[in-house]
Design a protein around this ligand. Structure first.
Ligand SMILES: [Zn+2]
Ligand SMILES: [Zn+2]
Length: 801
């Protein structure tokens, strides 16, 4: 303890850079008459402090630290007094280590209040920001994070702005994007023909939206395509023009009370909506009041966000001519705000590209001249359901769900897509290691740079089949490598021979002379959980997803692995089933359902088609043809994918037999599953050298229930219970056989909250310790973290694979 020492060196670790930490220390020190300096270092902040009450000073740092900061550790050491005259902020030394770039942060309440205050300098100015809010990563071209290295470089600050910028007591001290209407960026409205509206662009855009038109809005990390979410015609038109699928649109509500009218919102969900990261939060739809079905067809959830830039707030609350102040209420109950892109290409960031590619979709463009350097999509998150909160209180003493990880302080938050607001904040690893690049998978691609004690995950890159996506991958990689001064010595990628990401990795790796590691897809899923929790010892890994390339050349996806940080064995899996037509079966789950029926009934399958809709919908001839090719491995690869099983059951129940977007059938199946059903079907589990979980009896049970006209919500619940119970039985058996008590759950199927909750509760009740993804998505977006972590651990162990 410092006690009476009157000169200390204080080093602080954690998230303390780019979050207004140094001005906070400066002001605190001045107030407490402490002399010395504060400076950024490679892994935090260092303070030299001389004064009378340093203990109180340190306590105050802990107590009053800025909202976006997170102190992990404060260390003090006595220092030789230097007789400083005052307290100052010293230039950081960027030559050593790396300085962190902060993620983009939603507008703070102070800035929002100023923006709607007619007496304020920045009244209705759409680019208002301060040290506590505004763009960061999306405008940063290089480090250190100074205005000259951002897209704000082209605007020179007026006298008022620069005096704020230079005043350590001002909320805008060193706020790099600081600007006002006089000196900063401006918005303009462009018609789909390219005509620029001369004045009042925001009012013009609002007026178009109110007429049911579609407007592209340039945001923080890219363009959104917006329309009035309450206008069924507008939403339908947008769906027809932009998307041929049923993929849900995200919506932006003006405030929480409006969200509550349409969705169930828990306290934790409200907190997440209002957090500085402002992600899209998946909320349960209410049935009393709803937005048009075309916003999110068949889904039980709605993707909801609140305004997170000043411009968003202006779209909802602009004081239109004739309206008295204060502004009466929001102009829209909600706006659809879907990513501005076409056919799975990366989100668009430049005005030119938007006009070129989106002209056929939108009626106008609300653009601005603050450049976006790094594209960053919206993050998508979900708070684990209330049933799960209630359930966890019933756990037996001594059992626990592991929840704590420092970058997602709330373990009940799970990320489906980790992007704006979260990237490029690093994920802390438990140990040091060589720099490694993990290239991810082809769907929902991200990459990970493992660097020292950090793993830096890229933003959502997208599906790697487009040239544009691969270019974006390279841009983001160049940027993050430079920012974090990473020099990968090895590169890790998926074993899939046809993945673009793997081809890219092998080419890049051999060009740069890097060590190369092909990491099996499901092992990488489990590796992502191990990385988050610092596990290197043996775990039972349960990896459930749609399909991933297996070591034996078949498609895996319902996997039980015994894994540690340097290798794994496939201890069991779901029974393999042919996917008639391969990729076709992924898009058309009814084909997979046929395959499961054939597996359950053999030659008699045609007799058992009657309870399903398939014959009527697709014709017996087509069905016979599909059954005919299911024995041919060239056309019908074998798959153990858990996601495929969920797809098949969804199709059998007539809930969804075509996937117009990935996971649609499974999402729809989860949405209908009734709560409070506890019985299940009986799978056959064969505990041989590798465990085989055979669902053919389950399929028969489901067909019987369909014939008995059991409600499909009950069948869906029973099916979920079945998969959970089978999983729990297998894991418990493997735990006893191998004397392992730690279980890691990952893979996109665990986005299914019904399944996740049941599996977790069952395993915990058996005294096992369950680990799962908290800081990264459990879907393929988390793969790159697992790849990088495992390759690094294998290198450290001196193994070769
Ligand atoms: Zn602010
Ligand atoms: Zn200014």
């Amino acid at each position: 303890m410092p006690g009476r020492t009157d000169c200390l060196t204080i080093s602080i670790q954690g998230t303390v850079q780019g979050v207004g930490f140094r001005p906070f220390i400066y002001n605190l020190a001045r107030r407490m008459q402490i002399r010395g300096f504060v400076s950024n270092t490679s892994d935090g902040v260092i303070i030299k402090a001389e004064g009378d009450n340093l203990t109180l000073f340190i306590d105050s740092i802990r107590q009053w630290a800025p909202p976006l900061s997170k102190i992990e550790k404060i260390e003090t050491a006595p220092a030789v007094p230097c007789n400083f005259a005052d307290f100052s902020i010293r230039q950081s030394d960027a030559s050593k280590g790396f300085t962190l770039v902060s993620p983009d942060i939603s507008i703070c309440s102070a800035c929002r209040n100023e923006m709607f205050d007619p007496g304020d300098l920045r009244y209705l100015y759409p680019f208002i920001n301060c040290t506590n809010c505004g763009p960061r990563y999306s405008i940063t071209k290089s480090v250190p994070y100074d205005r000259i290295n951002t897209t704000m470089q082209v605007f020179s600050m007026c006298r008022q702005c620069s005096s704020e910028y230079n005043d350590p007591c001002d909320r805008r001290f060193h706020a790099q994007p600081n600007a006002c209407a006089e000196c900063g960026p401006q918005v303009s409205l462009i018609s789909s023909h390219g005509d620029v509206s001369p004045s009042r662009p925001i009012e013009g855009a609002i007026s178009l939206l109110r007429q049911g038109k579609i407007v592209a809005v340039k945001g923080l990390g890219g363009f959104h395509i917006a329309c009035d979410a309450g206008n069924a015609e507008a939403v339908k038109m947008l769906r027809n023009r932009k998307r041929k699928s049923n993929k849900p649109f995200a919506v932006m509500f003006p405030d929480c009370s409006m969200v509550r009218e349409y969705c169930e919102v828990s306290h934790a969900e409200e907190e997440l909506l209002l957090s500085p990261q402002s992600p899209i939060v998946l909320l349960r739809k209410k049935h009393i009041k709803s937005l048009p079905e075309a916003v999110a067809p068949k889904a039980g959830y709605l993707g909801v966000m609140l305004p997170y830039t000043p411009l968003h707030y202006l779209l909802f609350y602009y004081p239109l001519a004739g309206h008295a102040l204060p502004v009466p209420g929001p102009l829209f109950s909600a706006l659809v705000m879907t990513s501005g892109n076409i056919s799975e290409e990366p989100i668009i960031i430049s005005d030119e590209e938007a006009i070129e590619k989106l002209s056929g979709i939108v009626d106008a463009f609300l653009v601005h001249n603050r450049g976006i350097f790094m594209r960053v999509d919206d993050t998508v998150a979900l708070v684990r359901s209330r049933e799960s909160e209630a359930g966890s209180q019933d756990h037996q003493p001594g059992t626990r769900i592991f929840g704590f990880s420092h970058l997602t302080p709330d373990p009940s938050v799970i990320l489906f897509r980790r992007s704006r607001g979260y990237v490029p904040a690093p994920i802390q690893l438990m140990e040091e290691g060589p720099d490694v690049l993990g290239c991810g998978a082809d769907m929902k691609n991200t990459f990970t740079l493992a660097r020292g004690r950090y793993a830096i995950l890229s933003q959502h890159i997208g599906d790697m089949e487009n040239y544009e996506t691969i270019r974006f991958f390279e841009e983001a990689l160049d940027n993050l490598r430079q920012v974090y001064k990473a020099e990968p010595q090895a590169i890790a990628y998926d074993l899939h021979p046809g993945y673009f990401s793997s081809g890219w990795a092998r080419e890049y790796g051999s060009r740069k002379g890097l060590r190369m590691f092909g990491i099996q897809h499901h092992y990488a899923h489990i590796g992502s959980v191990m990385a988050e929790h610092g596990l290197t010892e043996k775990v039972i890994g349960v990896a459930f997803d749609g399909t991933g390339y297996g070591e034996d050349g078949t498609l895996w996806g319902g996997e039980f692995l015994i894994a540690d940080a340097v290798g794994f064995t496939r201890a069991g899996h779901f029974r393999q089933i042919p996917l008639p037509g391969g990729e076709m079966a992924v898009r058309e789950p009814w084909r997979t359902a046929l395959s499961y029926l054939a597996d359950a009934y053999g030659d008699e399958v045609m007799r058992y088609l009657a309870p399903t809709e398939f014959a009527r919908r697709y014709g017996e001839e087509k069905i016979a043809a599909i059954l005919g090719i299911s024995g041919n491995r060239a056309f019908s690869p074998l798959s153990s994918g858990a996601g495929r099983l969920f797809d098949a059951v969804s199709a059998l129940l007539g809930i969804c037999d075509l996937n117009t977007y990935e996971g649609e059938a499974s999402v729809a199946l989860e949405a209908v599953a009734a709560e409070g059903i506890n019985d299940e079907y009986m799978p056959d589990i064969c505990f041989g050298s590798a465990v085989d979980v055979d669902f053919s009896h389950v399929i028969r049970g489901i067909v019987d229930d369909i014939r008995k006209k059991v409600d499909r919500s009950i069948i869906a619940a029973r099916f979920h219970n079945t998969v959970a119970a089978a999983t729990i039985r297998v894991v418990i058996k493997l735990s006893i056989m191998n004397n392992i008590t730690k279980v890691a759950l990952s893979g996109g199927v665990f986005q299914n909250q019904y399944l996740f909750r049941k599996v977790c509760e069952g395993l915990c009740a058996s005294g096992l310790t369950v680990f799962f993804n908290e800081s990264v998505p459990c879907n393929d977006a988390g793969i790159s973290l697992g790849q990088a972590y495992l390759a690094r651990e294998i290198m450290k162990a001196g193994r070769h694979i």
